[in-house]
Write a new protein. Structure first.
Length: 179
């Protein structure tokens, strides 16, 4: 293993541990659980899984044998799934922040986010059979597929929706939340 690859694994693992710690301490010391902190804790836990999967993908990249191939393939699928799930959870987080301030956002917002998430998962499942988003070559290296950019669109759409809602209701957020 070269030094760059080792450094990547160490940084990913350190970030995963930091996210996990943050996920468990986001509500520490509060008398009542605030729903937005619960949502944030879930997002940090999902990000922890994503970072661990990325570490494993880096660790087993280029390794021969069935075990290495399975680890690279499964890890990369987990990474994509977690990215989609994080985008969806971001929409729930924004809604939770606004609901606490008695702001009702159209139920269509969450329905569209749900539909985009479901479509993303379908894309990921189809990729298993067709490899158009990404594929693992015979030497066990990850490569972007010819339609890789399509895999980035769902997350970008949901985040754009969140940004629009946040801008429309920006006066309802505190200064700290607006940063």
């Amino acid at each position: 293993m070269n030094i760059v690859r080792g450094a990547q694994i160490v940084m990913e693992t350190w970030c995963a541990l930091f996210c996990l710690l943050a996920a468990f301490t986001v509500d520490y010391g509060k008398k009542a659980e605030v729903q937005e902190n619960v949502e944030l804790g879930y997002m940090l836990a999902i990000n922890t899984i994503l970072l661990i999967a990325d570490s494993l993908a880096i660790l087993f990249r280029g390794e021969s044998g069935l075990g290495g191939r399975i680890m690279v393939y499964v890890s990369n699928n987990i990474i994509f799934f977690c990215m989609y799930l994080l985008a969806f959870m971001s929409s729930k987080y924004v809604l939770t922040l606004l609901k606490r301030r008695d702001v009702e956002v159209s139920p269509m917002f969450l329905k569209v986010a749900n539909a985009i998430f479901a479509g993303s998962v379908i894309l990921l499942v189809l990729n298993i059979f067709f490899g158009f988003l990404f594929y693992i070559d015979s030497d066990n290296f990850y490569h972007r597929g010819q339609w890789w950019i399509v895999s980035q669109i769902p997350g970008a759409l949901v985040m754009a929706m969140c940004l629009i809602v946040a801008i429309v209701f920006s006066k309802r957020f505190t200064l700290f939340e607006g940063l």
